[in-house]
Write a protein that binds this ligand. Structure first.
Ligand code: MV4
Length: 445
C-alpha cells in the first residue's frame, strides 16, 4: 500500500479522499488555490501546498504545478478526484513519465473509452446493445443526411470526445441537420480540440442508468450494481438513487454483465461507470463509459457497504480484489441530493457568498458529504455543488421520507441553494412513482 499520496482536487471530494487515506494509514497531501486557503480540510491533511490563484487554469488544472507539488512532497501517487484532471489523458501520461501512480485507469483504457466512437465499437463487438447509428465518424453532412433518412428522425449528433452534453445536437428534420452537424462539430473542436462527430437514433425520454464497476490489475472486474440518474437538468444531475427502481432482477443482471464485458475488453482497472439509456420498453443501450470516480458514488457505497475510494487506493497500489461477485450484496435504497449554491428563482444562476448560518442535518440514515461550514465563503470560481445529502433506508418510500426531513433540517443562509427544488421533486407524485425520465425536471420545474 502507498504511504503518501497527493490529492489533486478541492472541496468535498478532497475531504472524502483524505478520510479514505487516513483509514488506510496513508498520508494525504492536498493542493489548494488561494481561494481555498481557509478550507478546514487543509488542516486535516498531513500536508498542504498552494498551487496558484483561484482561476482553475492556473491551479487545479495546472499540470506542472501539481507535478511539482507531488515531487516536493515525495508522494507515490496522485488521486485526481472527479472533474479537473480526472479524465485528462495527458495528465495521466505525465504522472506515468514522472514515476507517480495515477489513481485511475491505465492511459490506454482512458484513450479507448474517452473516444466515444471507439467505446461504441467495443460495446458492439462484445455483444452489448448500442443505439442504432453511424458506423464510426460522420465524414460530411451529406452522410448524416443520408443516414438520418434511412433511420428516421429524431436523431442525435454527438462528439466523439464529448462529455457534459457539449457538441451534442438533437435533430428532428432535414432542414436542421446540416447546421446541427457543423455547429456540433465546431463546438466539439472548440471544447475538446477534436471536431469528430457521430450520429445515433435519438431515444425519446429515456432513463439514465449507470453501472458502477471496480476492476483490479489482475483482471478481476466486479460490479457494484446500478444508479438511476434520470433526475437532471441541463446535463447536471440533481438526484441519484440506487437501485434503479424500475429494473427487474433479470434486467439488472444483464445490465451489470454488459458493463463488465465492456470493462474487461478495455483491459481496465480501477473505478469505472458504464452509462446506459433505458427506453420506454426498458430496453437498454450502452452510451458511454466514465473513467473516474463519480460525484454520486456514495449511493453505491450506502447500498453495498463498500468504500469505493478505499478500493481505488488499494487497486492503484496493486492489491487484488479478493471478493467474489456473489459476496457483493445490495441492501435497501439510497438516494443522494446534490446541494448547489444556485438560485432556482433566477434560472439556477450561481449564488456564491458567505454562509453565515449553517446547520447540517443528521440522525438515522443520513450522510452528508461536504467541506462547507458556518463562515465558509462559496467562491464563484468553482462548480456550484457545495454538499451532498445521502440517505439510506430499507425501502424507497422510507428513503424519500428521510431525505425530505433531512433537507427540511438543513439550514444554509443567506446564499440560495437547490434544497427547495430537491424538496419539490421528492414530493412530486411522478417521482414518488418513479415515472421519470431525463426530461422530467425541465418539463415540470
Ligand atoms: C442520448 C439520448 C437519447 N438518445 N443518446 C446525454 C449526455 C450523454 N451522456 C448522452 N446523453 C444522451 N444520449 C441517444 N441515442 C439522450 C441523452 C440525454 C439527453 C439528451 C438531450 C438533452 C438532455 C439529455 C439528458 C440526459 C440524457
Amino acid at each position: 500500500m502507498f504511504s503518501k499520496i497527493l490529492i489533486a482536487n478541492r472541496g468535498e471530494i478532497a475531504l472524502r479522499i483524505i478520510r479514505a487515506c487516513h483509514e488506510l494509514d496513508i498520508e494525504a497531501v492536498v493542493v489548494y488555490s488561494e481561494a481555498d486557503k481557509d478550507a478546514p480540510y487543509l488542516q486535516l491533511a498531513d500536508e498542504s501546498i498552494c498551487i496558484g490563484p483561484a482561476d482553475s487554469a492556473k491551479s487545479y488544472l495546472n499540470i506542472p504545478r501539481i507535478i511539482s507539488a507531488a515531487e516536493i512532497t515525495d508522494v507515490e501517487a496522485i488521486h485526481p478526484g472527479y472533474g479537473f484532471l480526472a479524465e485528462n489523458i495527458h495528465f495521466a501520461e505525465v504522472c506515468r513519465e514522472c514515476g507517480i501512480t495515477f489513481i485511475g485507469p491505465p492511459v490506454e483504457a482512458m484513450q479507448l473509452l474517452g473516444d466515444k466512437i471507439r467505446a461504441r465499437e467495443l460495446a458492439h463487438k462484445v455483444g452489448v446493445p448500442v443505439v442504432p447509428g453511424s458506423d464510426g465518424a460522420l465524414e460530411k453532412d451529406s452522410d448524416a443526411l443520408e443516414l438520418a433518412n434511412e433511420m428516421g428522425y429524431p436523431v442525435i449528433i454527438k462528439a466523439a470526445a464529448g462529455g457534459g452534453g457539449r457538441g451534442m445536437r438533437v435533430v428532428h428534420n432535414d432542414i436542421n441537420l446540416r447546421s446541427a452537424f457543423s455547429s456540433a462539430s465546431a463546438e466539439a473542436k472548440a471544447a475538446f480540440g477534436n471536431g469528430t462527430v457521430y450520429l445515433e437514433k435519438f431515444i425519446v425520454e429515456p432513463r439514465h442508468v449507470e453501472v458502477q464497476i471496480m476492476a483490479d490489475k489482475k483482471g478481476n472486474a466486479l460490479h457494484f450494481y446500478e444508479r438511476d440518474c434520470s433526475i437532471q437538468r441541463r446535463h447536471q444531475k440533481m438526484i441519484e438513487e440506487s437501485p434503479c427502481p424500475i429494473l427487474d432482477k433479470r434486467t439488472r443482471e444483464q445490465l451489470a454483465e454488459a458493463a463488465l464485458r465492456i470493462i474487461k475488453e478495455a483491459r481496465y482497472d480501477n473505478a469505472a461507470t458504464v452509462e446506459f439509456i433505458l427506453d420506454e420498453e426498458k430496453e437498454f443501450y450502452f452510451i458511454e463509459a466514465n473513467t473516474r470516480i463519480q460525484v454520486e458514488h456514495p449511493v453505491t457505497e450506502m447500498v453495498t457497504g463498500h468504500d469505493l475510494i478505499k478500493w481505488q487506493l488499494k487497486i492503484a497500489a496493486g492489491e487484488p480484489i479478493k471478493l467474489s461477485q456473489r459476496n457483493i450484496k445490495h441492501t435497501g435504497v439510497a438516494i443522494e441530493c446534490r446541494i448547489n449554491a444556485e438560485d432556482p428563482e433566477r434560472d439556477f444562476a450561481p449564488s456564491p457568498g458567505t454562509i453565515t448560518r449553517y446547520i447540517p442535518p443528521g440522525g438515522p440514515g443520513v450522510r452528508i458529504d461536504t467541506h462547507v461550514h458556518q463562515g465558509w465563503t462559496v467562491s464563484p470560481s468553482y462548480d456550484s455543488m457545495i454538499a451532498k445529502v445521502i440517505v439510506h433506508q430499507k425501502t424507497r418510500t422510507e428513503a424519500i421520507a428521510t431525505m425530505k426531513r433531512a433537507l427540511r433540517e438543513f439550514v444554509i443562509e443567506p446564499i440560495k441553494t437547490t434544497i427547495p427544488v430537491c424538496l419539490d421533486i421528492l414530493s412530486h407524485n411522478l417521482f414518488v412513482k418513479s415515472k421519470i425520465d431525463t426530461g422530467f425536471v425541465e418539463r415540470n420545474f
